[in-house]
Design a protein around this ligand. Structure first.
Ligand code: HSE
Length: 310
């Protein structure tokens, strides 16, 4: 085989009550990596499109390049040469897991070129190494895991890559609205209080448990009661102009819940049918439009496939 093209989807992380541990993949936006063999050992980023020249071309400073190199090193294949073209097909700095998607696509492409020696699950540490580069050293798998594996994932422990697929009811739709405002993940993390009250901890863990049970049983009322974030959302809401108005607009359409996607500025909602998901997208976008803020709307079923060779 001379080359491979891999698509890795955008993701919604946190999902209200699952800060840093819960995430799901969506259809539509994502990143593509085209990898081809070359005689020159190592990974070479030959081209990046869709990034407006902002992403590093140097292999070890690029999430996809570094992730691929870590995999080559692990397999003892540093004599192998791979050219990598990265096609950004989603906004970055958007709270949609852009750096994770690049790292995932890169590592899946390298693995495929080598004849798939590792399973997708076994690729998690290498994709995570790429994502870690972009997030300033902290490891949180809530974007990498769903982009790689698909569906909704729960990372119980990052250090041991103790990651699990959450059993989901059929017909779960996601709406994602990306307003064109800047929120820096590093700043959105630094602003968080390290203190949480016992009362908040109990509410958050109860909601997380309720959400997992509700999603597995298809208990819409339980999902609706549980899709709440009493700790992180109140602290970050001010980063997104009109956040509570957008959330209210979505809830008025009948969504199951609505909150910040990752560290923002994107806002997601979950629904049990596509009409509500579409109407929510229009209503949420209208709030941004009234404020003079452009936005993109993405509506889809939860993406069960994750990264795919295409
Ligand atoms: N869970 C992370 C956060 C995702 O909310 O800070 C950001 O990549």
């Amino acid at each position: 085989m001379s080359g491979v093209k891999v698509f890795a989807p955008a993701t919604v992380s946190n999902v209200c009550c699952g800060f840093d541990i819960l995430g799901y993949a969506i259809h539509g936006p994502g990143d593509e990596v085209v990898a081809t063999r070359t005689d020159k050992p190592g990974i070479h980023i030959t081209k990046i499109t869709g990034d407006k020249g902002k992403l590093p071309r140097e292999t070890m400073k690029n999430t996809a390049g570094l992730a691929g190199m870590r995999l080559l090193e692990h397999l003892g294949k540093t004599d192998v040469g791979i050219n990598m073209e990265i096609r950004k097909k989603m906004p970055f700095g958007s709270g949609m897991g852009s750096s994770a998607a690049s790292a995932v696509a890169g590592v899946v492409a390298v693995n495929h070129l080598l004849g798939n020696p590792l399973t997708k699950w076994e690729l998690l540490p290498f994709a995570s190494a790429g994502e870690q580069l972009a997030s300033g050293g902290s490891i949180h798998l809530d974007n990498v895991a769903p982009s790689l594996l698909g569906g909704m994932t729960l990372n119980r422990d990052n250090d041991t890559f103790d990651v699990h697929r959450v059993y989901l009811m059929n017909g779960l739709y996601t709406t994602l609205v990306y307003p064109h405002v800047e929120v820096l993940t590093v700043e959105a993390r630094e602003m968080l209080s390290p203190q949480t009250s016992l009362k908040q901890m109990i509410a958050q863990t109860a909601n997380l448990g309720g959400l997992i049970i509700g999603l597995s049983k298809g208990d819409l009322a339980l999902i609706r009661r549980s899709l709440k974030d009493v700790i992180i959302e109140p602290q970050r809401a001010g980063l997104i102009p009109g956040f509570y108005e957008v959330q209210a607009a979505a809830m008025d359409c009948g969504v199951l819940g609505c909150s910040i996607s990752g560290s923002g500025p994107s806002i997601f909602a979950l629904s049990d049918n596509s009409l509500i998901a579409e109407q929510a997208g229009e209503a949420m976008q209208a709030v941004f439009t009234r404020q003079g803020i452009e936005s993109n709307v993405y509506v889809s079923l939860i993406n069960q496939d994750g990264a795919v060779v295409c």
